[in-house]
Design a protein around this ligand. Sequence first.
Ligand code: HEC
Length: 180
Amino acid sequence: MHSSVMFLTDSPSGAAYDARHSTRGNNMKTSKLALFAIVLWLASAVVFAWFFVMGNTIQIEGQRTAIVLKPAERELALTEMRGLLSSTQVILEGLNKNDMQQVAQAARASGMGSAADLNPALMAKLPISFKELGMSVHHAMDDIAHDAESGKPASDILNKLSNTLSGCVACHSAWQLKSE
Ligand code: HEC
């Protein structure tokens, strides 16, 4: 774009002069447009980054921050939660009976596979620290399944489950789920 303007500046002919002027005018418009596009792009990148980190949240009374979701999204997240509680109960029961197959199955049911079907619109509303904590709990459940399958002693698995539950406690003391 620049080099064509330089070329026209060197040309003495009237036609080229007109062309130069109209090209300059267009050029100004183009660069203003380009600047506008860049500003717009930057602004949306900032908004996107903000949402990526913060999610769709509001400050509420007390210690916790509320994540604002559509009623169906909140229900989906709470269903996943009830799945985690149910897995925890079945894992404990399995450990008590020394039934490692039951332990592995129950843990796997709350592993990464159970989080994968969360939709992208919901994912975008969750703050990054919430997602990290959630994923670490799902990973831990997969670890527990793996340990149970590979014959680790029940006491090791109990220890891992107990550490995992501190992730549940930490998250519950920081966040709430609110309907829009
Ligand atoms: C990443 C954050 C996070 C983690 C990790 C997490 N939870 Fe939750 N859980 C929540 C939030 C937020 C709520 C909604 C609380 C509210 O709105 O007051 C919730 C709600 C629940 C509920 C209530 C469900 C209902 O139907 O109302 C249960 C049960 C639950 N969680 C169990 C667990 C268990 C068990 C674990 C760990 C194995 C766990 N959660 C890990 C964030 C988390």
